[in-house]
Structures are given as C-alpha cells and as structure tokens.
Design a protein around this ligand. Structure first.
Ligand code: PMP
Length: 423
C-alpha cells in the first residue's frame, strides 16, 4: 500500500489532495496507467505490464466486443431501471442459464457491496435472525452492514456480537479433514450464537476464500458446512464476486466446484469487465418476504448499458472458451509455480483452481509466513513488468489472478519473473 511520503511524485500528491485519506493506491511508488489491452497494461512512461492483479477486466482489458456493446447501447438508450428494455431481460435470462433453477430472481446493483448488503438483509428477513458467520480475513464490501461482516476491513475495534469470524477451511486449521474441520468451526460459531441469545441468519463465504489466502481444495468441502448452517435454520450466501464467471475453470461459479446450491449468490467485479455492475440471485419467496417490508430500488443497477456489457461478457466467455482456458492455462501455471516451490523452500505452498492461485511465501528456516519477502517479491515482479498483489491473514500469500484470456507464454513469463524476483 502507498504511504504518504514514500514518493513525492506530483501525480500522487494531486491524487491525495483530491481523495484524501480514502485514497487507495497500489505500490509505494504508484503507477500512472494510460491504456490496456488483453492481459497487458501500459503506463504513462511507456512501460508495459503483464496484469496478474486482474479480477475486473477478466475477459481481457478493453475487450472489443464489450467496448462495442457498451458504445452501441449508450448511444441508443440508457436510463433508470423503471422501463422495460429488452436487452436487460435478454441479459438476465442469459445469466440465469448459469444459475441453479431455484435462484430464479436476480436483483441488479452497482457494486458487490450493495449485493452483499441486500443479501444480508434478505437473510435476516427470511430467517428472523441477525447472526452472520464469516471467515477471519474475509472482505465482503463497504456498506455499514457489510463492513461489520468484513474482518479484513476493520483496522481497529472488534466485530459486533452478531458477527462471528471462523478460520478459513485449510489444512493448517482443519488437518486433512478440511470439510469436517470447516463444518465444526461453523457448528462452534452456531453454539456461540446460541450462548449469546442470537438467532443465526447466514453463513456468508467467498467460495474460493480470496482474502483469506485462496482455499480451493478438495472440491466439495463446503457442503458439510452448508448442511450445518441449514440445520440451524439459517442460509448460505455464496459471495461469487471473486471466483465467479469462469475463473476457477472447473465450474462457472466457485460454489459449482462444491456441488452445492446456495440460498443466495452475490456477484460483481468481472460481471461487466470493468463496467460497474453487480447483482444478487435469490429465491423468489425470500425476495418477496423482504420486499413486503421495505422494497428495493436501485437507480443504476441493471441499466441497459450494464446489461449490454454483461451480455457481451457472457458471450465472450462462451465464444472464446475462457472457462476452459482458465482450467487449462491455470493448470500449467499451477504446475510451473509448483516447480518453483520444489526448488525453493521459501515458496511454502501453491494451491488454487483455474486462474485463481495462492502462493504462500515463508521464512526458509522457521517456515513462518513472510510478509516482508512478499512485499519484496511484489516489488521485484513489478520491476520485471508483472503486476501482482497479496492476500491472507499475514499478507504473505501472492494472489495470482490474471485475466481469463491468459496465453500459455504469458503464464511462462509470469513464472520466470517470479523466479527472478525470488533471486
Ligand atoms: N466480496 C468480495 C469477495 C470482494 O472481493 C469484494 C471487493 N473486493 C466485494 C465483495 C465488494 O465488491 P465492491 O468493491 O464491488 O463493492
């Protein structure tokens, strides 16, 4: 993260003067970007960067079909969401073709935060509960309600008594029985809610546990925890903002790898390839219950231009075989990174699904997570023309997340840059 004083670049000062304390910039010496295409971004000084910190323009930067769809629609009609415009229903039907049949209503929003905020409120209305179980380094968004359920967003203070954070489903926390270990964590949280006199509303989880450090295997491990939450009368909200839209390769959604049907699915980031759009898929009976009390209106959510962007994204994923590419190129990348791990004890673990891979960096002697090395590697990759970020409780897991159109040689280039940065 950028800290004031690290650089005196004029552009950075200007940004800080404009955005103040809420300014979030990547790198101590932030990069001024001017354009992007495919997996590549170009800075003002002409440097080209291979973008592995990419989960928004996920079908490729400035994809011509998305650009064309958005341009055409905005030239023709864009308005609030109170009219029938066929592109919107065309989009929703195309999106729902990827959803479990039971989730046949989709509420469109502008951000993942709004989608999760709504999902939490629907869960409360449907269950009469107020308790939420999340994972310990989760991030679900920025509204008042969702921030309270996002442990990684809290810099000070503690979670409210209606939110319990449990460890992510990992070997470290659960041993070999990851499914059983995660279910037990959920059951312990439910017992704690009972002790507090709080009725549970939902387990809300990012189905690839991005902020927690990326935990994908074994596929299916989520189902025991989902059974446990339902046995307590509460719901399962799958936050697909990160893993959704084909990224994990095996399935279109992260929850698909686990063979489960969530009660609600929230989605965002890659949905419009950079055009701001998000949404929540839900059972009609749950939505009716919620809307009977307060209703829901979103001026921009699911406007015609968003629908056009979203439809182009779905078409590109299908026509260019991007889910399959995520699976195949992801497997190559995983293998390449595992080769590095075999040769260097500081690369403690490599895991993931499709084009969503976590790489743990650790101290060679003690095996402890090494956030300092991680920062050095991130900076070293940058100087080798590769953009990459970190996640996890210790900030010592590289979050490997390139666009889904990644080419084999780009994956190889990443592995070479990683080796170089480590050396
Ligand atoms: N859920 C997850 C898993 C996220 O990673 C994010 C954003 N980082 C959000 C929700 C919130 O989405 P947005 O920033 O679009 O509000």
């Amino acid at each position: 993260a950028f800290r004031p004083g690290d650089t005196d670049a004029e552009a950075v000062e200007r940004r800080l003067a404009n955005l103040g304390a809420a300014s979030v910039l990547f790198y101590r010496e932030p990069i001024e970007m001017v354009s992007a295409e495919g997996a590549w971004m170009t800075a003002k000084d002409g440097t080209r960067y291979l973008d592995f910190y990419n989960n928004v323009p996920s079908v490729g930067h400035s994809h011509p079909r998305v650009v064309e769809a958005v341009s055409r629609q905005i030239a023709q009609l864009n308005t609030n969401t109170r009219y029938i415009v066929s592109v919107v229903d065309d989009y929703l039907e195309a999106l729902k073709a990827h959803m479990p049949d039971s989730l046949s209503n989709v509420v469109m929003t502008c951000s993942g935060s709004e989608a999760n905020d709504l999902a939490m409120r629907v869960a409360m209305a449907a269950t009469g509960g107020t308790g939420f179980i999340v994972t310990e380094t989760a991030y679900h968004g920025n509204t008042a309600l969702v921030t309270e359920a996002s442990p990684s967003a809290l810099k000070r203070g503690s979670l409210p008594e209606t939110v319990i954070a449990i460890p992510p489903p990992s070997v470290q926390h659960s041993g070999e029985d990851i499914a059983g270990g995660f279910r037990r964590s959920v059951e312990m949280a439910l017992a704690e809610f009972a002790r507090r006199g709080i009725t549970p509303a939902a387990l809300m989880a990012d189905s690839i546990f991005s902020s927690d450090g990326i935990f994908a295997d074994p596929p299916g491990f989520l189902s025991e925890a989902v059974d446990a939450i339902r046995a307590a009368g509460a719901l399962f909200i799958a936050d697909e903002v990160q893993p959704g839209f084909g990224r994990t390769g095996d399935a279109f959604w992260g929850f698909g790898r686990h063979g489960i049907t969530p009660d609600m699915v929230t989605m965002g980031k890659p949905m419009g390839n950079g055009f701001p759009m998000a949404g929540m898929a839900v059972r009609p009976d749950h939505l009716e219950q919620f809307c009977a009390d307060v209703g829901y209106f979103n001026t921009f959510g699911g406007n015609p231009v968003a629908a056009a962007a979203g439809k182009a994204v779905l078409d590109v994923i299908r026509d260019e075989g991007l889910q399959e590419n995520a699976r195949d190129t992801g497997a190559l990348l995983l293998e390449g990174l595992r080769d590095v791990a075999r040769a260097d004890a500081r690369v403690a673990d490599v895991r993931g699904a499709g084009l969503f891979i976590g790489v743990d960096l650790a101290e060679e002697e003690t095996g402890r997570p090494d956030p300092d090395l991680t920062v050095k590697v991130i900076d070293g990759m940058r100087s080798r023309g590769v953009l990459i970020g970190a996640a996890g409780r210790y900030g010592a897991t590289l979050k490997v997340r390139p666009p889904l159109c990644l080419k084999r040689e780009e994956a190889e280039q990443f592995v070479e840059a990683f080796k170089g940065a480590l050396s």
